[in-house]
Design a protein around this ligand. Structure first.
Ligand code: HEM
Length: 98
């Protein structure tokens, strides 16, 4: 499936998508609506939901920890709108190297 790169790839991007949502075309597909951000979920809930999708449907990736979610929530604090994929890449490029 075409979204596998994002599900299996960088977990920071995935955490951002769940926290803040996603808008705009995804790989040339225009969806009729945006994905809403879900900041109201706890770090533990988001970590477990993402760990599940990264290890189901034939995926096998490192789990997402509660601390991972905590870190990205803090780093993206104050954001109030959904990301586009371009903004997500830009955001990533501005984060300090780990
Ligand atoms: C924990 C729950 C969720 C996860 C992990 C998740 C994950 C994702 C990911 C990874 C993408 C990008 C797909 C890609 O890379 O091709 C995406 C897109 C999208 N999701 Fe979700 N999602 C969740 C919940 C929801 C919910 C509740 C809705 C709707 C109410 C939703 C609606 C959408 C839509 C409409 C898009 C396309 C956005 C666009 O046009 O840019 N998602 N989701």
């Amino acid at each position: 499936m075409h979204y596998e790169a994002r599900v299996n790839g960088d977990k920071d991007g995935l955490i951002n998508i769940v926290l803040h949502g996603l808008k705009g075309p995804v790989d040339n597909t225009k969806y009729p609506d945006i994905m809403p951000g879900q900041e109201e979920h706890t770090d533990a809930y988001i970590a477990s939901a993402l760990s599940y999708i990264r290890n189901s449907f034939g995926n096998k990736q490192k789990v997402v920890s509660v601390d991972d979610v905590k870190e990205i929530r803090a780093a993206s604090k104050g954001r109030t709108t959904a990301f586009t994929l371009a903004e997500l890449n830009e955001w990533k490029s501005k984060q300090p190297k780990k």
